[in-house]
Design a protein around this ligand. Structure first.
Ligand code: ZN
Length: 104
């Protein structure tokens, strides 16, 4: 496929710039959002995000997503919406092989 695997060593010389820490940062991002990291680990992530915008963007997106989901779960969901979601889920998991033109 691509030549992604060869790029890693090229950025290693940087002093904290975008490069070696990114993979690890994104890796622990999910644990960070779940509150599973200790303070030291969080500080490392914060430090990385402060100087690496690609990772920061990824973090922002995930954080926002989690926030929205959390808020949505806390709010009382209108029954009509709940029905539609339930129906959509049922349809998605039951539908044999997809028949988008066949709507009820
Ligand atoms: Zn990064």
């Amino acid at each position: 496929m691509g030549d992604h695997y060869g790029e890693q060593s090229a950025t290693e010389a940087g002093s904290g710039a975008h490069g070696s820490g990114c993979r690890e940062a994104l890796d622990v991002l999910y644990h960070y959002l779940d509150g599973e990291l200790d303070e030291e680990r969080r500080a490392v992530i914060h430090y990385h995000l402060e100087r690496c915008s690609p990772c920061l963007e990824a973090f922002d997106f995930e954080a926002e997503l989690k926030l929205v989901v959390a808020q949505r779960c806390r709010e009382s969901v209108p029954e009509s919406l709940r029905d539609r979601v339930a129906a959509a889920i049922a349809q998605a998991s039951v539908a044999p092989s997809g028949d988008p033109t066949n709507r009820a």
